[in-house]
Design a protein around this ligand. Structure first.
Ligand SMILES: [Zn+2]
Length: 341
């Protein structure tokens, strides 16, 4: 082999190196709207010489707009995974799937993955399956779906819901694989925030990322060792990246924010997330869904004791845990790549 073919083989080898990215498509502070931040969501991409797999985890308000800034069209997504059925994690999906139907009305279908129906002891049932089945009902009832189908018969007559391949699973206390393609495996575990809440982990040859969602400890109030979820910790053992919703300890009921204790205690604090990331050996901790958002004067109706928080306030809360890995205090489109360039 001569020298030039040696070097082109080296270039090909570099390009074939598998890579993984985790990009925050929305970091908004829960249901509250603040300063243009999109609602919760994370895009995980894995690339190798076979192509790129694109997976969206949750789809809060404005997800399609953030994806457009990344040059990712809804039709390119291989799958959408829902941690739970709170609107700040789901309401962007109607927009996303309607747009997919508008331009790609014959498919392919998108895999939509979430918990099976779970009945609450309080008498209601949370259903990802029904959410997906009825995702475009308002557009059906307005007559829009029929009108657009009449213009282009290639679009499915039943609208966007017919382009969704629903995959539900029973949440368990041990990790279970719920989706895969090629070298990419997605597993899930039950976690606590509301009934049916689950957390996910993506494993690839380039690394692994955990999406905690809004998970908190099963024990809903002190005394407890930590606000973080034991199940998420189990799922995150040895993971490279942890993406997790975060609440700052300053919002605690003992600090005078006025926030309902149940709303504070069902989230994980920045300090406890740092401690968990340290215990599992994570390289990156990506804080997202920051309660409160950086710079906000209020979190919904609640005040922020001491005034608006900065990136340094969140970073300090994590560093107090002793975590020495990389801390990303999430803003929309913040991204981590493995291997780092
Ligand atoms: Zn949330």
């Amino acid at each position: 082999m001569n020298e030039s073919s040696n070097s082109s083989a080296a270039v090909a080898a570099v390009q074939a190196t598998p890579w993984l990215t985790a990009t925050l498509t929305g970091t908004g502070p829960g249901p509250a709207a603040f300063n243009g931040l999109a609602g919760a969501g994370t895009l995980v991409c894995y690339g190798d010489k076979g192509g790129v797999v694109k997976l969206q985890f949750d789809a809060g308000r404005g997800t399609t707009m953030r994806l457009s800034q990344l040059g990712v069209e809804p039709a390119e997504l291989n799958g959408i995974f829902f941690t739970h059925m709170h609107n700040d994690h789901t309401e962007g999906f109607a927009d996303l799937v309607q747009l997919r139907w508008f331009y790609h009305g014959t498919g392919p279908k998108i895999d939509a993955v979430g918990s099976c129906d779970v009945a609450s002891p309080r008498g209601f049932t949370v259903s990802c399956q029904k959410f997906l089945t009825h995702i475009a009902d308002s557009f059906i009832h307005s007559g829009e779906i029929a009108q657009r189908h009449s213009e282009d018969k290639n679009r499915t007559a039943g609208g966007p819901a017919e382009l969704i391949n629903t995959i539900t699973f029973e949440p368990k206390n041990e990790p279970q694989q719920v989706w895969s393609t090629g070298d990419v495996r997605v597993s899930a575990i039950r976690s606590t925030h509301m009934v049916g809440h689950v957390s996910y982990r993506v494993d690839t040859p380039a690394g692994s990322v955990v999406i905690g969602g809004d998970a908190g400890n099963d024990v809903l109030a002190p005394p407890r060792a930590s606000s973080t979820s034991d199940q998420v910790e189990k799922l995150a053992k040895g993971a490279d990246i942890i993406v997790h919703s975060t609440i700052h300890p300053i919002m605690g009921p003992d600090k005078g924010s006025g926030m309902f204790p149940y709303a504070f205690y069902r989230q994980s604090t920045a300090s406890d997330l740092g401690a968990m990331a340290k215990r599992v050996g994570a390289k990156y901790l990506m804080l997202t869904h920051l309660i409160p958002a950086m710079g906000a004067e209020r979190q919904g109706p609640w005040k922020i004791p001491g005034g608006p928080l900065t990136e340094a306030d969140y970073r300090k809360a994590v560093e107090e845990s002793g975590f020495t890995g990389n801390i990303i205090v999430g803003t929309d489109l913040a991204s981590v790549r493995l291997p780092a360039k």
